[in-house]
Design a protein around this ligand. Structure first.
Ligand SMILES: [Zn+2]
Length: 218
């Protein structure tokens, strides 16, 4: 009887240990699968949203490539997508657009090419003034819109459009037209060699030029 009791107590102890081990295993498996699920989701997010992420080191005057988990550290990001709305409040040039230009300007300088922003961010009032001046010059709002858009249509008051080297120096600006895609900057209009917008992610192909600004908003 005593022996039996002893055996049964051992049995039950063994049983308890086995159950504990089993539960432990189940817990580890579930946790590992949840962890790998969240890792998969994270990796999917990284490959979908962030790569490649280009960063500009303004002190070393160089571009480098990062992944979103690490970001750009102390350096500035060029942004991983096309930019159709400003990130910061529209009182200055968008920070990504500025960084894209600075990175392009720096590489251009190394090749003896001079790039200068002659008009970037404009207030709505300034854009309206320029639009009205164009209406006088071209005779109608429609004709004027081929060259200057009203404030609610233009991307200059959003801080996401750049006029480069205007009115002089189209030769150097051609370098930006050819190489701007690396930095996510594209010429967009056939009639404006100076006007650039961040319509692609850095490294993507720029879309074909459209005839003029009116074509885009019509
Ligand atoms: Zn412009």
């Amino acid at each position: 009887m005593k022996l039996l009791n002893f055996r049964s107590s051992v049995k039950s102890k063994e049983f308890r240990i086995q159950v504990a081990i089993l539960l432990g295993l189940v817990l580890v498996t579930v946790t590992a699968s949840e962890f790998s699920k969240s890792q998969d989701a994270q990796e999917q997010l990284v490959s979908k949203v962030a790569l490649p992420l280009w960063c500009f080191d303004s002190e070393a005057d160089s571009l480098w490539r990062s992944v979103v988990k690490e970001g750009c550290g102390q350096d500035k990001s060029l942004g991983a997508t096309k930019i159709s709305a400003p990130v910061n409040d529209a009182s200055d040039l968008d920070i990504y657009v500025k960084t894209r230009f600075l990175a392009a300007q720096s590489d251009a300088r190394k090749k003896g090419i001079n790039l200068v922003i002659t008009s970037g961010f404009r207030t709505a009032a300034r854009q309206e003034y320029l639009f009205q001046k164009a209406v006088q010059k071209y005779g109608s709002e429609k004709e004027a819109s081929k060259w200057v858009l009203p404030p609610d249509k233009s991307h200059h008051p959003d801080g996401i459009a750049l006029d480069v080297n205007y009115p002089g120096n189209p030769g150097d600006t051609k370098w930006l037209e050819v190489n701007g895609y690396k930095y996510g900057l594209c010429r967009v209009y056939k009639n404006e060699w100076w006007h650039f917008e961040p319509v692609i992610a850095p490294g993507e192909k720029c879309p074909p030029l459209v005839a003029n600004a009116l074509t885009k908003v019509e």
